[in-house]
Design a protein around this ligand. Structure first.
Ligand code: SAM
Length: 217
């Protein structure tokens, strides 16, 4: 299988096809080899528009969703970005090609270790990964110009609003465990936010102190 042809087709049909126009996002998705972020058995499916298992009941998000969410962060280049839910590391690698510094949190150590390996192999030197409950954010590194949450939250943790810079954008799926709405929350001034509903989506749950409790529905 020719992965680079498949990747170009993925970007044209599924990412641009979903209305993503930002050239930085398109270029990053053309560069980052998604098939390296899934197990060998799934590599031939890596450029289809669906999520795929990455172990521990977790998934790599579908390419169109990655494109829409990355574009929704409104990055110009050089920003400090926090991601919650490293998973395979694919979204972090895409962000690393656009932002200045990427901070990403994952609660499952095995996934974080695998992500670190692939990200390092691609030479993405601006990605910091930490294993912890990401519902608390990453206070020591705040403020962030953008925060992206790649797991579904029951509500928006205050920590994320607090850790945004003025003008910063938070993109987060909010809803029940099965279906969510992708929200963009912009910090327009200290303690003042605007909220936009972007698309319907379906993510695995954000589990932690300010998210879902394990086993809760
Ligand atoms: N961004 C990932 C990628 O590019 O592969 C996909 C993320 S996957 C849909 C959601 C991830 O969020 C899972 O790896 C899961 O373990 C993680 N997660 C869930 N709750 C979390 C929490 N409280 N803190 C950090 N990671 C969490």
């Amino acid at each position: 299988m020719n992965f680079s042809i498949a990747r170009r087709r993925m970007v044209e049909r599924q990412v641009q096809g979903q209305g993503v126009k930002d050239p930085r996002v398109i270029e990053a998705m053309l560069q980052i080899p998604r098939h390296l972020f899934v197990e060998e058995a799934f590599q031939s499916q890596a450029y289809g528009d669906f999520s795929l298992p990455i172990g521990d009941r977790q998934t790599i998000s579908q390419p169109s969703t990655v494109g829409v969410m990355t574009e929704a962060l409104l990055l110009q280049g050089g920003e400090r970005v926090l991601e919650i839910g490293t998973g395979s590391g694919y979204q972090a690698a895409i962000l690393s090609r656009i932002a200045g510094k990427v901070y990403t949190l994952e609660r499952i150590a095995l996934l974080a270790r695998r992500a670190r390996r692939v990200i390092d192999s691609l030479g993405c030197v601006n990605v910091n990964i930490r294993v912890t409950d990401g519902t608390q954010g990453w206070d020591e590194e705040a403020p962030f110009d953008a925060i992206i949450v790649t797991a579904g939250a029951p509500s928006v943790p205050d920590q994320y609003r607090d850790q945004l810079a003025i003008g910063g954008r938070l993109v987060i799926p909010v809803g029940n465990r099965g279906d969510q709405v992708l929200m963009r929350i912009t910090k327009v001034a200290e303690g003042q936010f605007t909220e936009e509903r972007l698309i319907d989506c379906r993510f695995v749950p954000l589990i932690g102190r300010h998210g879902w409790q394990e086993g809760e529905s």
